[in-house]
Ligand binder design. Structure first.
Ligand code: GCU
Length: 677
């Protein structure tokens, strides 16, 4: 099992032999439209996929015949009885969608475009892999989000900011000549879940990537990814005109600076004709930006937008800003800085907003910007890499978290104004929409470190394609594609994955607590840390525990961050009777003896939550023992060792947090919570 995990959810030869028997006929005579590189990728995937799945030699036919067993062809080239099989309006397929249907003795995969066909081929293979019956089968699917992107926080020296699965895949030293097979497999994996963009470099950007030496290498990667419908984007360091351009300023209203960016952009498009555009972190955590020159986010974003516009590129401007001068509440700052600019950004600017107002915690309420900028396309930024969720050591199924955010109701246009609708653009009829995930991918043999972290990459892709997708369905599909479609195994693993998200919340940040991590690394507990350079970097800033109680008052009597939400949301969260206990200490500062819904005191309830998190990890271990019969030994041992770490560390979080908070509450631990030894 040297290659354990490398094939991700595309282990065509490995899983579900029984489900393929009655599909062997598919190999008989395959017609595959020829032409573009993307179609070649589709053909290549059929070759690897179908021959692996069916264990049969594939016969391709050069012409489309009525008795083909499989036809993969654009709607516009369908012939004979195959064009009659196209029984839906092709408009519904759009530019990226596909239609798959079975008919007597054959299967049709069709689309308006080459990329639609590639997506259709991947989906067909996944259906076969998962063991679905393909008789009387039809499926029409098209993405509801335009930009479905990974954000790599990869540095040019191949370290990865917040990366826990080895080094960066991008081997700058050997590029452009040496094309690592991993680039191709990375592109295949992404295309198989519909991802169509990738930002290669860290948001804490290095201007060097914009120099010819690197652009040549970026172009080589773009050449590989293009064949899978994936565009390349780069992060733009705002001060690049000074650092690599020799200018004395990076002021976005300075003509020389504007010309420099225009020329730089032209140069990039010479290398990469379909370059996607720039992702920018400006005036945040020490990164340079327009505010250094007394200018605004709009000035900065529009300058770059003007440069990429003639080439059809976009600028993705991040809203992750919080300044050290603001003493009230970090959670309020992005909204305060961005809402006034709604309507002033150029058409090709998207503002990228993290899912919650602080920073990728295991649970946060949705960001108040969602729904609050009706004229600006807002892109979702999720974090797939588990910076605050146990790195690649802890098993946490993130689609559950993503789903919770996407299904949150902003109420900006009444009930049903979910974040999902803001993101897919339907809420305010946006011209362009997008979702980004901060990648968890690295050079580890299995790509993501923890085998189950593959499910987070997979799940992100599914949700970016369709933000209404259910976490439950994602878990089930991933298990089937990665392990087997055995019902007993699914019955074991699916609840384990689904519950894993609540487990990490319980043992790290129960009842709405947040940002209690030790300095810098964000791995273990450090709720006591109070000596960092900025108040809002200290955990004490977030939990505000003292003899009287614990929690961040964000109601009117406190920071009033609630006023940034619509009235309905602000009422629900602001009122103790209606605020879900999952967000209790996010919005309220409460006495230790405050009575929770179940009658427990806040102190007891908090302690019991930590314990519940520990118990949930113990249950995961028991489940994994039962799963042992269905998987191979290596698969079993790898995850078992990781779960043992997770259990040890869940206890560490519980004990460290409770011992510290106890110095304020002065209360005994309730029954069922062991005294730390
Ligand atoms: C977090 C993370 C940083 C990252 C930042 C960002 O604060 O810890 O490493 O640069 O988010 O999203 O810009």
């Amino acid at each position: 099992h040297a290659q354990q995990g490398y094939t991700l959810w595309m282990d065509y030869a490995g899983s579900n032999p029984q489900s393929r028997k009655n599909l062997k006929f598919l190999a008989k005579s395959i017609y595959m439209e020829a032409g573009s590189d993307i179609l070649k990728s589709a053909q290549n995937e059929i070759e690897i996929g179908l021959s692996g799945l069916l264990n049969e030699k594939l016969n391709f036919s050069d012409t489309m015949e009525n008795d083909n067993s499989l036809v993969v062809s654009k709607v516009s080239s369908l012939k004979g009885s195959w064009s009659q099989s196209m029984d839906v309006s092709s408009e519904k397929l759009g530019n990226e969608g596909f239609y798959i249907r079975s008919r007597d003795g054959g299967i049709l995969v069709t689309a308006n475009t080459d990329i639609g066909l590639l997506y259709g081929v991947f989906r067909l293979l996944q259906f076969i892999q998962a063991g679905h019956h393909l008789e009387d089968f039809s499926l029409l699917d098209a993405p509801s989000v335009d930009l479905r992107m990974l954000n790599h926080w990869d540095n040019l020296d191949r370290t990865i900011e917040r990366g826990y699965a080895g080094f960066s895949l991008w081997n700058w030293q050997k590029l452009p000549e040496y094309i690592d097979q991993r680039y191709i497999d990375y592109a295949r994996a992404n295309a198989s879940i519909g991802i169509n963009g990738t930002v290669l470099t860290n948001v804490n950007a290095n201007a060097l990537v914009l120099t010819p030496m690197y652009l040549e290498k970026v172009a080589a990667l773009a050449d590989v990814f293009r064949k899978y419908g994936i565009k390349v984007y780069l992060t733009a360091r705002f001060s690049a005109p000074m650092e690599i351009g020799g200018l004395e300023t990076a002021d976005p209203l300075n003509t020389e600076v504007r010309n420099w960016w225009a020329q730089k952009t032209n140069e990039i498009y010479k290398w990469i004709p379909d370059f996607g555009g720039f992702l920018v972190k400006a005036n945040s955590e020490g990164q340079p930006g327009p505010q250094n020159y007394g200018r605004t986010h709009v000035d900065g974003a529009n300058m770059l937008a003007e440069a990429v516009q003639p080439h059809g590129g976009v600028v993705i401007w991040r809203a992750f800003v919080y300044s050290e001068d603001d003493e009230t509440d970090r959670a309020k700052q992005a909204y305060a800085e961005f809402v006034p600019y709604d309507g002033q950004f150029m058409e090709n600017v998207l503002v990228q907003v993290k899912n919650g107002p602080i920073d990728f915690q295991s649970r946060e309420p949705f960001h108040p910007l969602f729904g609050a900028m009706s004229k600006t396309p807002l892109m979702m930024e999720f974090q797939i890499t588990q910076e605050y969720l146990g790195f690649s050591s802890h098993l946490v199924f993130l689609p559950k978290l993503f789903e919770e955010v996407l299904q949150s109701d902003t109420y900006v246009k009444g009930k049903g104004s979910t974040v999902a609708k803001v993101i897919d653009g339907s809420q305010h009829n946006k011209r362009i929409s997008g979702m980004a995930g901060v990648s968890n991918i690295g050079t580890d043999l299995n790509w993501t470190g923890h085998p189950f972290a593959q499910a987070n990459w997979f799940g992100f892709g599914r949700l970016a394609w369709n933000p209404e997708t259910k976490a439950n369905d994602i878990a089930e599909d991933w298990i089937k594609l990665t392990y087997t479609n055995n019902k007993e195994l699914i019955a074991l693993l699916k609840p384990m994955m689904i519950n894993s998200r609540e487990a990490v919340v319980n043992y790290m940040n129960p009842l709405g607590l947040h940002h209690l991590f030790d300095t810098g690394h964000h791995y273990g507990p450090g709720p006591w840390v109070d000596n960092l350079g900025r108040p809002d970097w200290n955990p004490t800033y977030y939990h505000k525990a003292d003899e009287n109680g614990i929690g961040f008052d964000r109601t009117k009597s406190g920071s009033n961050a609630l006023e940034q939400y619509s009235d309905e949301v602000s009422y629900t969260f602001g009122n103790l009777k209606t605020c879900p206990e999952t967000y209790l200490l996010w919005f309220h500062h409460l006495p230790w003896d405050y009575t929770l819904n179940n009658g427990n005191s806040l102190w007891d309830g908090l302690a019991l939550r930590y314990q519940e998190g520990v118990d949930q990890v113990s249950e995961m271990i028991e489940t994994w023992e039962k799963a042992r019969n269905f998987i191979n030994n290596d698969q079993y041992h790898e995850v078992k060792m990781l779960l043992d770490i997770q259990l040890k560390e869940a206890k560490w979080w519980r004990d460290a947090s409770l011992l510290y908070f106890q110095t304020f509450s002065g209360m005994e631990l309730p029954e069922g919570v062991p005294k730390p030894t």
